[in-house]
Design a protein around this ligand. Structure first.
Ligand code: NAD
Length: 366
């Protein structure tokens, strides 16, 4: 699950990229009446139906959208595999302006396209696609999950994602400090959004000292007033003298510029694709002695919730028990990485691949 920039990859031919990443299928959907331009990328169905959200974005060009879909769907395969789910990896992107194009007909047309894949791809929410948008898609296909609670779905996944992230942080603390108690630990949380706020609540409740940043002043005021977090300027978060850095806003915040500024022992947060380059920046963190809890494992609570909903197994208590397993898996990754002297992201990816191969072999026999 490399964090590649779109420009690095778009010069490559689509089939070359699919071969490099190991994709199964890429579907382009177009509808003149609604203006729908959709790309559905199915990376793997070895473990089960490919599952992953739909993202709507005004991409500069079609190539950027295709590369994004390919990259994101591959990430979903790894995330679900390491989380122990029986789902594969998929993702859809809708090319266009959310404000002017997204309406009932547009979303239902997209639903018809998803239905035509007969369950090979199951969609959910992502950037600019809400649980309420999914209700329209659901009118045309059953291959949808992450519906609003009012429609019998699991609703927003950010709460369970925050809980899983909290488990990942505790596992990393156990490995780094010999104890997973966070009382008195200084934690920098980047992003006071849905996940960052709930995570801060867990941390503060346990007695950690949270330093939080965001670009939205209102959210920071809330974090300070309601949770007692200390507010830090947006560019200063990397220099904060903390024990743990929890990226919960953007991707690629672990890069050549930022890693040298970090003073923490642990990086563990919910943001997707935190390492700008998996190999290079994973290695630099390791050399610097910073323990990195792989993002796609730490933030797997969301996919656990939507997968449970899809398979009719959604129960809140059961789900929190499941998300708790992120602790054990994370600790296992960190210990194996140490034993094999490899960066933790690489080991997590290898463990996901091993599960896919083993389960793929299992399917070959009765
Ligand atoms: P959100 O949009 O609610 O919150 C993101 C926050 O980051 C916003 O408050 C935004 O203002 C802030 N932000 C943006 N740029 C920033 C910057 N430069 N510095 C500091 N803050 C900045 O999103 P969320 O649902 O809380 O998700 C947070 C991260 O976790 C995202 O990267 C998301 O992809 C990832 N993630 C979320 C889920 C989920 O279930 N919500 C699941 C997996 C991964």
């Amino acid at each position: 699950m490399e964090t590649v920039t779109v420009s690095d990859q778009k010069s490559k031919h689509v089939f070359d990229l699919m071969a490099e990443y190991g994709h199964e299928q890429l579907v382009q959907c177009y509808d003149k009446a609604t203006g729908l331009k959709a790309i559905i990328s199915i990376h793997s169905t070895v473990l089960g139906p490919s599952m992953g959200g739909t993202r709507m974005w005004n991409y500069a060009n079609d190539e950027d959208a295709i590369v994004d879909a390919l990259r994101l769907s591959r990430g979903m395969t790894y995330k679900s595999a390491i989380a122990g789910l029986n789902v594969g990896g998929g993702k859809a992107v809708l090319i266009g302006n959310t404000k002017t194009m997204k309406n009932e007909a547009y979303l239902r047309r997209f639903g018809k396209f998803i239905d035509s894949l007969h369950g090979k791809y199951v969609t959910a929410c992502d950037v600019n696609i809400t649980p309420y948008d999914l209700e329209y898609i659901y009118m045309e296909t059953n291959f949808v999950t992450g519906l609003p609670e009012t429609s019998g779905g699991s609703g927003s996944s950010s709460l369970i994602t925050a809980y899983g992230t909290y488990m990942g942080i505790k596992a990393a603390a156990k490995k780094a400090y010999g104890s997973d108690h966070l009382k008195g630990k200084k934690v920098a949380v980047q992003g006071a959004g849905s996940v960052g706020m709930k995570l801060t609540e867990y941390l503060v409740k346990e007695g950690a000292d949270v330093f939080i940043t965001d670009i939205d002043e209102e959210k920071l005021k809330r974090a300070s007033k309601e949770l007692g977090a200390h507010v830090v300027g947006e560019p200063d978060i990397y220099d904060a003298p903390v024990d743990i850095y929890a990226p919960c806003a953007l991707g690629a915040t672990l890069n050549d510029d930022t890693i040298s500024r970090l003073k923490c022992d642990i990086v563990a947060g919910a943001a997707n694709n935190q390492l700008q380059d998996d190999q290079k920046h994973g290695d630099i963190l390791m050399e610097k002695g910073i323990l990195y809890a792989p993002d796609f494992l730490v933030n797997a609570g969301g996919i656990m919730a939507v997968a449970a909903e899809y398979f009719g197994e959604y129960k809140k208590e059961y789900l929190y028990q499941k998300a708790e397993k992120i602790y054990d898996i994370c600790l296992h990754v960190l210990e194996r990485a140490e034993a094999e002297k490899q960066n933790t992201q690489k080991i997590a990816m290898r463990m996901a691949e091993e599960r896919i191969t083993a389960m793929g072999n299992l399917r070959k026999t009765l």
